[in-house]
Design a protein around this ligand. Sequence first.
Ligand code: FEO
Length: 392
Amino acid sequence: MSIQEIKKGIYSVGVKDYGLKEFHGYSTPKGATYNSFLIIDDKITLIDGVKKPFTEEHIKNISAIIDIAKIDYIIVNHVEMDHSGSLPEIIKLAPKAKIITNAAAKMALENYYDTTGFEYEIIKTKDSFKAGNKTFSFLCTPLLHWPDSMMTYLNEDKILFSNDGFGQHLCTEHTFAKDADYKEVISEAKRYYANILYLYANQAKTAIKNAGDLGLDIEMIATAHGLIWNGKEEVETILSLYNKWANGEDDGSALVIFDTMWGSTKILAETVVKTFAENNIKVETCDLSEMHISDIIPKFLDAKYICIGNPTLNNQLFPRVAQFLTYMKGLKPLNKKALAFGSYGWKSGVVNQIQAVFEELGWQSVSPFEEQCAPKPQDLQTIKQRVEELIK
Ligand code: FEO
């Protein structure tokens, strides 16, 4: 049971999933939380549900505070099943509850659940809703993370219930970021942004702009995943990080990502790394045989140069390289400068598949480089020149 009063009369009633190890290809070794909030006033409001297997625990958490049948309103910020799975059972137990949500979320609820008998109040950005003495304002944030996503601001308490936005897949005994290992919370917020929201940078920028235009005075961000950002300083920190990430502000560093079979591509990768270092460019190596793809993607938020090395297998991309390219392409990092390189035994040309991904993403790149079998001194000289051309 995880219940905590986060502000007078406002309770965190969500659940902790210490066992979650993976979320859609994103490795989550530190688990996840599905946060839900209960606002007790002369009207009672629940914000968001939790993942279906935790329904019983969610109901217990709510029932430890009030009779669940007394819930007047359920605000649905997002219908993905980690936030809506418990709602059908809760609605059965809270028959007078009206669902407050946007039109896209209503449609998503109807597509995923039997919603017979659900009552709705449909809102849109800038709308306000009065629940007793509390006033909720809404900010639709389509594609952060699904078309139905929205955030809810509680005016009197200056809390933004941000759902997926500003979250982290991090499960600890704590509720507030300041009580946990703050560096770890920031690091997990970065992993979360990179692996879940990277491709929606424009939507993130719009959401932050709209929050500013609405004049929201945010003192607390109660995300639906992980730890709550409490106080102006923490709120400013996470908002400015999202601004930086969404605007693609890199630090000029380089990433060299590769896999290898008999060591040839590794030798090329080492030469690429050495050349960046000789040019005083911070560089990191990511060996795909040792690192999970979801630990590499957050590094794209800082890197300006991306170099990807492939050893040819059966006239194809090496499987771990192909997997990484697919994952990376889906997340659409923008504004990178890139080099594709690799080795082959008897059939050249596979490296062009990496080049095609760079072109699809609109990255600037230099000609790809491939060599046969073990790299010779001339090969190392050529790839060094390619890197120098890239950083010119
Ligand atoms: Fe946490 Fe988009 O669900």
